[in-house]
Design a protein around this ligand. Structure first.
Ligand code: PXP
Length: 239
């Protein structure tokens, strides 16, 4: 099974917003990512629009040929946006509106009814759902009970522990992915994946449908260029 690469383009919007005009052109970068081999494009529109703006999401939707993944906290405003735009996938993250970046998965038990109703609303609109979670197996089993199609495993703990002991770092993710697959869930992964740690992750973790990568990939593109960078990330995913 091949693992898809979804490129998170939030950082491109951050750079653009720094000068208030349209350089770099977010839409062009997204289309170039596709041209260079990305299997999907991810955005995280936040309420303060500090990177991706609501309008970007509407512009991207009809232009993209690959899978569009919108991630965010399912506030009424966020749900209004995604139900209008109807991307291929919505990834539900629990972070507060002013969070620098997502820093934890959902506690599904505490949010079970809420998540179930959100997953239902997405399904009624024909949108695939993914719930951002840690590797806690009981939590993943509860996520399955919401009816979600997939979970996204929060990989920062893997990235942090990778250099000291890769085998130990990846072990909980191997177990979590197996359990999720057994419960009928698809498995995505993301956060702090990089050219250093991605190949080992993709080779070790079974049933990996998709990785979503932003920060490290855009940083690498400063030195390697976007085309070469995307080729290199795709190469890490080649089995
Ligand atoms: N997955 C989720 C849910 C995220 O919030 C982010 C960051 O926007 C990513 C993946 C990508 O993380 P990174 O930018 O560290 O590659």
């Amino acid at each position: 099974m091949t693992t898809s690469l979804s490129v998170n383009i939030n950082k491109i919007a951050t750079l653009r917003n720094a000068r208030g005009e349209n350089n770099p052109d977010l839409l062009k970068v997204a289309l170039d990512c596709e041209r260079f081999g990305a299997d999907g494009i991810t955005v995280h529109p936040r309420p303060d629009e500090r990177h991706i703006k609501r309008n970007d999401v509407f512009q991207l939707r009809p232009a993209l040929k690959s899978e569009f993944n919108i991630e965010g906290y399912p506030s009424p405003e966020f749900m209004d946006l995604v139900l209008k735009v109807k991307p291929a996938q919505v990834t539900l993250v629990p972070d507060a509106p002013d969070a620098l970046t997502s820093s934890a998965g959902w506690n599904v038990a505490d949010n079970f009814d809420f998540l179930t109703s959100i997953v239902n609303a997405l399904h009624e609109a024909g949108i695939r759902s993914s719930i951002f979670v840690s590797t806690d197996i009981d939590n993943i089993m509860l996520a399955a009970k919401t009816g979600t199609d997939r979970v996204e495993l929060y990989t920062k703990p893997y990235a942090d522990a990778f250099f000291a002991n890769p085998e130990k770092a990846v072990a909980p993710f191997v177990e979590a992915s197996r359990a999720a697959h057994k419960a009928g869930l698809g498995v995505n992964a993301g956060h702090d994946l990089s050219l250093q740690n991605l190949r080992y992750f993709a080779q070790s973790v079974p049933f990996l449908n998709e990785v979503s990568i932003g920060h490290a990939l855009i940083c690498d593109a400063l030195y390697m260029g976007l085309a070469e960078t995307i080729r290199s990330y795709k190469d890490c995913l080649a089995k």
